[in-house]
Design a protein around this ligand. Sequence first.
Ligand code: FES
Length: 141
Amino acid sequence: LASIEVNVASVQPGMSLTVKWRGKPIFIRNRTPKEVEEAKAVALADLKDPVARNANLAADAKATDLDRSAGKDKENWIVMVGSCTHLGCVPLGQSGDFGGWFCPCHGSHYDTAGRIRKGPAPQNLAIPTFTFASDTVIRIG
Ligand code: FES
């Protein structure tokens, strides 16, 4: 199946959901205002990977919080492929030094926008093609 639809009506701020798409885990998180603020406060110059890695945007889009998120008015939502960009382990949510995701395999720390901040992973967690089919349904793929 090329695309899937996920109902996120019950995913409150601070909650996450993991679904499978094309055999990979997809992390969907409804970020808290604090998590969004933390991510917005980071300067691009401090990022190991300054590229958005967002399949919905141009390949050279910058890794601002907005361009890592579901966009304007939906910046609280983040949708990412749950596969560490080092060697593909599945990172753990709400973990690590930056309050985002932590990959226990070799110690990669991602921030609340899924951007690599410390450890061997070379890139931010990838953002798949997705769109909000309605206010409460995300279509991935
Ligand atoms: Fe995640 Fe190596 S696979 S740090």
